[in-house]
Write a protein that binds this ligand. Structure first.
Ligand code: ADP
Ligand code: MG
Length: 320
């Protein structure tokens, strides 16, 4: 895989307040990457830096080998043939006087065949009749699909979405995210989703960067960050402060894609003939896989046999 976007030493302040301060962030071609953080942490500023609509104080934005951060509007027009944006309010991004079909045809520029427009609509899950509708006549989710069709019209290699599903209800959000995932998988388009919704990351992202006060707090595969969080990440996810029993031994087990599908816990109880309690557990679905983690409280006298059993099952675990 090669790198499509690289941010180096990015600094951006409004007045004296630092909004984004990132040493390095690399996005590989074909990935679906989440940039996540709470409101006000600098996500939209960062999205603007990537698309060169927000001016940088220092640093570089290397898109396909070129630093685009100082490109003028004319040079950016060429870049936007390869880099498209999707925003939170799709209706506002369409001309209310134009049918959705006309707006998408406009984006096709030299390629204005009606066939192509309805094909694009169908590819994003809108039937051909939507071509003749106005932005004010469709729902938020449908309008977002039309916005995605318009973005795809230029055959971009890179798509960045800023809170594209934040204004939609959960079921519609799920459908739009499935569409983005399909675009990523089938067309190989690199997708960056900027969001405050952790669900977005779990459903479609292969990589994620957690942003806090404009800084990248952690970066990696979502399942790794969620299943084995550092103290900082726990705080970020709001998971700090688990109260565990003082008696006995607390053992945390991690279930990742290398783990077996065997029912390890019940098997352990049965095979070793021991009792223990489950103090805490989480199971989460990421893209297609389920990952999880579990904290058991076992008795001191059983610990050697438990450790031996866990070794034999190839489970990742640690004593807390
Ligand atoms: P997010 O998208 O994560 O909610 P933003 O990038 O919009 O965050 O904002 C980051 C910080 O920068 C916030 O404190 C916000 O108030 C400030 N900010 C954003 N845009 C401007 C602006 N144009 N002028 C002054 N401050 C701004
Ligand atoms: Mg924002």
């Amino acid at each position: 895989m090669s790198t499509i976007l690289e941010l180096n030493n990015i600094k951006k302040a409004y007045d004296v307040k630092m909004a984004v301060d990132i040493d390095k962030l690399v996005i590989e071609e074909g990935d679906c990457v989440g940039l996540v953080g709470e409101s006000g942490c600098g996500k939209s500023t960062l999205a603007g830096i990537i698309t060169n609509t927000v001016k940088l104080y220092s640093g570089s934005v290397i898109f396909k080998g070129e630093d685009i951060s100082r490109f003028n509007a004319r040079k950016m027009r060429d870049i936007y043939k390869n880099m498209q944006m999707i925003y939170q309010s799709p209706v506002a991004s369409f001309d209310p006087e134009y049918t959705l079909g006309k707006s998408v045809a406009e984006a096709l520029r030299n390629n204005k065949s009606d066939n192509l427009v309805s094909e694009l609509f169908i590819s994003v899950g809108l039937s051909a009749e939507y071509v003749n509708k106005y932005p004010g006549q469709v729902s938020g989710g449908e309008c977002q699909r039309a916005a995605i069709a318009r973005a795809l019209a230029v055959k971009p290699e890179f798509l960045i979405c800023d809170e594209a599903t934040s204004a939609l209800d959960p079921r519609i959000t799920h459908g739009i995210l499935e569409l983005l995932k399909q675009i990523n998988e089938e067309l190989g388009i690199t997708i960056v989703v900027v969001t405050h919704q952790m669900e977005v990351v779990k459903q479609i992202c292969q990589r994620v960067a957690f942003l806090k006060h404009g800084v990248v707090l952690a970066e990696g595969k979502p399942e790794e960050l969620f299943v084995k969080p550092t103290e900082d990440v726990k705080k970020f996810l709001g998971e700090e402060g688990q109260v565990l029993p003082k008696e006995g031994v607390n053992v945390q087990l991690f279930f990742t894609d290398d783990s077996s599908d065997e029912p390890v816990i019940t098997e352990m109880a049965r095979e070793l003939g021991i009792d223990f309690s489950i103090c805490w557990a989480k199971l989460e679905e990421f893209r297609e896989n389920v990952f999880g983690s579990l904290i058991l409280n076992i008795q001191e006298k059983d610990k050697d046999r438990v450790f031996k059993f866990l070794e034999s099952k190839n489970v990742t675990w640690e004593v807390l």
